[in-house]
Design a protein. Structure first.
Length: 255
C-alpha cells in the first residue's frame, strides 16, 4: 500500500498502531522531492514492514533543478543495496492541474525512468490525465516493472500497462458508487495486475470523505473491492500482496 511521508506527523505512533490493528502489515513510503529523501528512508527503517522509494513527483518539478536529479542518482547509488529501497517514485505526469508545465514534467519523468533502468529498479507512477504519455515513456525507457497508482484510465490503457509489467493501484475512489469506470476496471483487468492502496493522507474513501486518509482504511477498502470482485477479503488480500511483491520485490523483506 501507498503512504505519503507527510502522513507521519505527531500522530505517527497512533497511525501505525491503527494500521497494524487493521491488519495492514506493509507500507510503501514514497518521496516527492529530494528534500525528503532522507526522511522517507529513515521512516522506512523505523517501521517494520515498511519500504521506501525515491523520486521527484510531477507536481514538485517546478521547484526542482538538475541538481535534484543528481541527488537522486547519488542516493540510488548509495542505497542500492538497502533492502528497504523498493524503487524510483513517486514519478509521473499530471495533466489535470491547470497551468502544469507538461514539457518540464516530461523531462523529469524521462530522466527518472532512465535512472530506474540504470539501477534496475521498478517505478511508482502518478498517472493523472496523462496515461498515453506515461505509456510512451515506459515503452521508450523500459523499466523492469511498476505500479500506476490511483489508476483511472481506459480498459485499453490498462491492458497496455499490464503489457509493460505494471500493476494498477485501486484505493478510496472505488468506494464511491458513482466511480463506475474504476469499478469496471477493477472487475475487468487481469487479477494478477491489481494492487490495493490508500495514497494516505489523500484519496479518502467515501466514509471519511474530505477527511485525512490513513493506512488503517485499507481494510474497509479491501472489503468493498472484494465484494465487487465476488471473492473473499482474505483471497483479495493474498492476491494484492502477491502482486505487489512481484513488482516491488523489496516488500518481501517485510513478510
Amino acid at each position: 500500500m501507498h503512504l505519503d511521508a507527510q502522513e507521519f506527523d505527531a500522530d505517527r505512533p497512533a497511525v501505525i498502531e491503527r494500521a497494524q490493528q487493521a491488519g495492514v502489515a506493509q507500507l510503501v513510503i514514497p518521496a516527492v522531492h529530494s528534500a525528503n529523501f532522507t526522511a522517507v528512508r529513515e521512516l522506512a527503517h523505523q517501521i517494520p514492514g515498511a519500504v521506501y522509494t525515491l523520486g521527484i513527483h510531477p507536481l514538485y518539478v517546478q521547484h526542482a533543478t538538475p541538481q535534484d536529479l543528481q541527488t537522486l542518482a547519488q542516493a540510488l547509488q548509495t542505497h542500492r543495496q538497502d533492502p528497504k529501497l523498493a524503487g524510483v517514485g513517486e514519478i509521473g505526469l499530471d495533466g489535470f492541474v491547470a497551468g502544469a508545465d507538461m514539457a518540464l514534467q516530461t523531462h523529469y519523468f524521462h530522466a527518472q525512468l532512465k535512472l530506474a533502468k540504470q539501477f534496475d529498479l521498478p517505478v511508482i507512477m502518478h498517472v493523472r490525465k496523462a496515461q498515453d504519455l506515461i505509456l510512451k515513456g515506459l515503452r521508450t525507457f523500459k523499466p523492469k516493472a511498476g505500479i500506476a497508482h490511483a489508476f483511472n484510465g481506459s480498459q485499453q490503457q490498462a491492458e497496455a500497462f499490464m503489457g509493460l509489467n505494471c500493476c494498477m493501484g485501486f484505493g478510496g475512489t472505488l468506494t464511491f458508487k458513482r466511480s463506475l469506470q474504476i469499478r469496471r476496471l477493477l472487475c475487468n483487468i487481469d487479477p494478477s495486475f491489481l494492487v490495493l492502496e490508500t495514497d494516505a493522507p489523500d484519496i479518502a474513501p467515501h466514509w471519511i470523505y474530505k477527511q485525512r486518509n490513513e493506512p488503517a482504511q485499507l481494510r474497509r477498502i479491501a472489503q468493498v473491492a472484494a465484494n465487487l470482485l465476488g471473492i473473499s477479503e482474505d483471497a483479495l488480500a493474498r492476491l494484492s500482496t502477491s502482486n505487489a511483491i512481484r513488482v516491488l520485490p523489496a516488500l518481501a523483506e517485510g513478510t
